[in-house]
Design a protein around this ligand. Structure first.
Ligand code: 3BY
Ligand code: FES
Ligand code: FE
Length: 434
């Protein structure tokens, strides 16, 4: 489908091409109203999508996978980010590296998307062969003057933070990843992701723009009406609430929840689990936020009965009731760390109106399916929740494409983080277009 900025009344097909297009997007960026949803072309136009891929996904740190997805030497994973394709591989020394999946001979895509095991990276076209360090090891017919040392695979910046793998396609990646790593390592380390094992992974294609996926992720206003499974482990007041709408009973319950957070956090801190909230979502290229919140009833896990799904703890802490540490990153990820398992989510844009959401469940590497955990019990809450969220994103996209769409107000109480996503996104576009 062709999406055009014409719908915004900004685009004039007067033959000025790209220059004019950038001008009209600039106008859209400038007129963004704080506290309101974005103008329709941000969700629907192919020009904005192309800009998003250049200004956001080619310039920022993108969460793509976790270390257990390339657990052994020779394990490799190919992730596509727009038209770019990246090989992530663990070498014989256990080091994980990332390379552009583009042969240095005639540029072909060497390995298809997905997981594989490789000793070397062999191009299928003319068999040029690269080591897992990216160096060209084998080629023929190139003559005396050919310099293999100048034909290594192009590296892609890669960082592991607590076992979560972030890549940056830019040659000049934002340096503030160092600060995110310094702050987040102590929060994530006790959950032992580096030593974990993938229990399950699901790819879901949401029929909506990636920003609608992210906005949906940044609020739980929609949880009550839409997520019957997730609202079992989540506290009702954990969704946020509008203080002016509480009656006396509600005020007491909200206060009880606030007190529970305080008491739980001091217990967790005592167990070596940093638990205070950090919010660095805006004002920086590598925006992020973390928070550890109690889980309802037993306090243990995102399951239908709130009890741990896996009987082996994932980390070293013996307390099962760790609630959930959540970690959100701009532009494309969110994660939940519990005592028994970890769930990671990455959103990867496919087109203006399609987004891949990849969910991965991690457990203790010694845990055996059917013995230590039941896969259905481990995955049922988020499988159901993800489908419900995909359905919401699809109808949000349909609304954004409707000629009657207008920007609407975010709740100041329960959609504050949606606003922070929009603020970050507009900041980053302004920076790129400047
Ligand atoms: O997709 C998510 O993670 C969000 C969190 C709040 C509602 N939804 C389940
Ligand atoms: Fe890769 Fe020729 S294009 S070996
Ligand atoms: Fe949801």
């Amino acid at each position: 489908m062709w999406h055009s900025l014409v719908t915004a009344g900004e685009w004039h097909a007067d033959g000025q091409g790209f220059e004019n297009m950038t001008e009209s997007i600039k106008a859209l960026v400038e007129r963004r109203v704080a506290g309101k949803s974005l103008d329709a072309p941000f969700y629907t136009s192919d020009e904005v999508f192309d800009l998003d891929m250049k200004a956001i996904f080619a310039k920022h740190w993108i969460f793509v996978a976790s270390e257990p997805e390339v657990a052994e030497p020779g394990d490799a994973l190919v992730v596509n980010v727009g038209t770019a394709s990246v090989i992530i591989a663990r070498d014989d020394n256990g080091e994980i590296r990332a390379f552009h999946n583009v042969c240095r001979h005639r540029g072909v895509r060497m390995i298809p998307e997905g997981k594989t095991m490789i000793g070397n990276i062999v191009c299928p076209y003319h068999s040029w062969t690269y080591g897992l360090d990216g160096k060209l090891k084998f080629y023929e017919h190139m003559g005396e003057d050919f310099k293999p040392g100048c034909n290594s695979l192009k590296p892609v910046a890669l960082r592991s933070i607590g076992g979560l793998l972030f890549i940056c396609l830019s040659d000049n990646p934002p340096g503030d990843i160092d600060e995110m790593a310094r702050i987040m390592e102590p929060y994530l380390a006790p959950h032992n992701v580096r030593e974990a094992r993938v229990a399950h992974q699901v790819d879901l294609i949401e029929l909506g723009n990636w920003k609608l996926t992210m906005e949906n992720n940044r609020e739980c206003y929609h949880c009550g009406p839409n997520h019957p499974e997730l609202t079992i482990p989540l506290f009702a007041y954990g969704f946020g609430f509008s203080p002016t709408e509480l009656d006396e009973e509600g005020r007491v319950a909200a206060q009880r929840y606030t007190d529970l957070i305080e008491v739980s956090r001091s217990r967790w801190e005592g167990e070596g689990l940093p638990s205070s909230e950090v919010d660095e979502l805006t004002g920086r290229p590598t925006g992020f936020r973390t928070q550890r919140l109690p889980i309802d009833q037993s306090g243990e896990s995102y399951t239908m009965d709130t009890r741990a799904a896996c009987r082996m703890p994932i980390g070293a802490v013996q307390d099962k009731a760790l609630g959930a540490l959540s970690f959100w990153t701009q532009p494309n990820s969110w994660h939940h760390f519990m005592g028994d398992h970890v769930i990671t989510f990455t959103a990867l844009p496919l087109s203006a109106d399609r987004t891949l959401v990849r969910t991965t469940w991690l457990v203790n590497k010694n845990a055996v399916e059917g013995v230590d955990y039941d896969l259905e019990r481990l995955t049922e809450v988020w499988k159901a929740t993800n489908q419900q969220d995909a359905d919401l994103v699809e109808i949000a996209q349909q609304g954004a494409e409707d000629p009657a769409y207008e920007t609407g107000f975010y709740s100041p109480y329960t959609e504050g983080l949606v606003e922070k996503f929009a603020v970050w996104y507009i900041e980053r576009l302004k920076d790129y277009l400047a």
